[in-house]
Design a protein around this ligand. Sequence first.
Ligand SMILES: [Zn+2]
Length: 337
Amino acid sequence: MIVEGTVLRGREFDPVEGRVVVEDGEISAVEEADVDSERIVLPAFVNAHTHIGDSIAKEAGSGLSLDDLVAPPDGLKHRLLRAASREEKVEAMRRSLRMMQATGTATCIEFREGGVEGVEAIRAAADGLDIDPVVLGRETADAMRASDGFGASGARDAEFADLREATREAGKLFGIHAGERDSLDIDPALDLSPDFAVHMVHPEASHLDRIEESGVPIVLCPRSNLVTNVGVAPVRDLVDRTTVALGTDNVMLNSPSMFREMEFLNKLADVSAAEVLRMATVNGAELAGKNYGVVEEGREAKLLVLDGDSDNLAGAKDPVRAVVRRAGRADVTDVLL
Ligand SMILES: [Zn+2]
């Protein structure tokens, strides 16, 4: 298979006119050539933090605090989840996964509530789709063993040392929320040597030093942080110190579109469009242990193809900026997963 257009090549997303050659699902060559195509070819996205289980609760709870919304066991989200049937929950998750796939997302790193049953429910939701979620179980070691790892709520109220160790022994991913509301749970989270930490809105200087020294990757969810009114992460500081990926967080709060997250972050923070696109692709892929997120030889061919001649994108002078700050689902020509 050959995909022609302006290819955003490599980690720098150098726009080159030419073609991507795909053989057996792998990129075998990226060739510069004169081609008659207005398409823009880029890596498919990695949504590095989702909770799609609350797809049944979209736009519920306007004005509630973060705790009242999502804190277990009686936050609004959990009450709505208890009230819904398994079938309703699976179907709602399936529609969110389909929406992510249609907006160019190859995988999401999902913090999956509900123990082993919750893990099985998202597997059922993803059945037959091309998007392939990385599922991190929650609550129990069995959920971790049944999934791709463990997603910890945070080191504030719960003791995760044993689960962290069990996850390491199983050779799986361990992620944890940290620094969302304040800085108090950051050191306890970093003490666990997680594979990544999510949010990091409130790091102090000592935390930033620890993050840099340990190299722990950080997943930012800037739209979620504004919806829940917890503040804005020090994006520039974090990008200067470690690997930063991007996630859309709870579906109840935000549409799981990486286009929207990228545009928002790029206009909010002092980071370049290329840095934001790296957060949305290769940085998340590396965090998840995936060999994609970059258009280069030897990578899995998970690609997003946009119509650079759509009414929205036509005439853009800088394709990377156009993708990050302007593009949306209507510009998608093809999602190759
Ligand atoms: Zn989360």
